[in-house]
Design a protein around this ligand. Structure first.
Ligand code: IPT
Length: 266
């Protein structure tokens, strides 16, 4: 039997690590895996490619609004589907990370260190996860009568993080930066280095993901850990159970994240 995975760009580290865990668990359980990457045709095109390859069940790790997810479920007809990156209000089976715990952990860490001038480097606005992280950051700052002193946006890549932070040149600098993923934090730190802003002495930086390389940044990155392996493995476990004992089991409760404190915050 064959599982299909429709995924975001595998050039990004988080989806690549999730796909790697999915591939390993799938073969351990004696299933095959077919992967389709959502390109310009979006998730729908990727899913219809998988359906034409006669997969028996679908994992969808592409950012989707509730409506788009429900539409994909209809395309899949009777095949079990599990969504890994979808709006919270979607009426579909999900296996996701909680942005509530994650974004809160990063923001509260900076507040506990005494930071009051905090800028946000958000992910792309068409990603539900990016919007959820931003909303929670703003909520936590509001609880402390604060607002972000600047909001930048990137597309998840290191290059976009670099370009966004370069826009701060010549402006009043925040004392800390909340970044929506580790790859953008990598670019942000390169920009700060070029501007002569020391991390963490003059600027603290918090990432998000804790992908495998983040301990090797200079300085090692403080970040919010999403356990990509756990997400990948549990989602395969759930989907294969659906195939073996069909039933209308609900999805999984959102996975908690954890704060990993390294050297980029002070
Ligand atoms: C999310 C990552 O946190 C982010 O870094 C980026 O890679 C994005 O995926 C790509 O869509 S993780 C996702 C399961 C919300």
């Amino acid at each position: 039997r064959t599982l299909g995975l429709a995924t975001s760009d595998l050039a990004l580290l988080a989806p690549a690590q999730i796909a790697s865990a999915i591939q390993q668990r799938t073969s351990q359980l004696g299933y095959h895996l077919v992967i389709a990457m959502a390109g310009s045709g979006g998730a729908q095109q990727a899913v219809s490619d998988l359906l034409s390859q006669r997969v028996d069940a679908l994992l969808i790790n592409v950012p989707l609004e509730a409506q788009a997810a429900q539409q994909i479920e209809r395309m899949a007809a009777s095949l079990p589907c599990l969504f890994l990156d979808v709006a919270e209000d979607a009426d579909v089976a999900t296996c996701t990370f909680s942005a509530h715990t994650g974004a809160r952990q990063g923001a509260e860490h900076l507040l506990q260190l005494g930071h009051r001038h905090i800028a946000l480097l958000n992910g792309p606005a068409d990603s539900v996860a990016a919007r959820a992280r931003r909303a929670v950051w703003i909520e936590v700052l509001q609880e402390h009568q604060l607002a972000p002193c600047n909001q930048l946006e990137g597309d998840w890549s290191a290059q976009s993080g670099y370009q966004a932070v370069m826009q701060l040149a010549g402006q009043e600098m925040p004392s800390a930066l909340l970044v929506a993923n580790d790859q953008m934090a990598l670019g942000a730190m390169q920009a700060l280095h070029q501007m002569g802003v020391a991390v963490p002495a003059e600027m603290s930086v918090v990432g998000y993901d804790d992908t495998a390389d983040s301990a090797w940044y200079q300085p090692p990155l403080t970040t919010v850990r999403q356990d990509m392996r756990q997400l990948g493995e549990c989602s395969v476990q759930w989907l294969t159970r659906q195939l073996e004992q069909p039933g209308s089991e609900a999805g999984l409760p959102p996975f908690a994240t954890s704060l990993v404190v390294r050297a980029s915050t002070a």
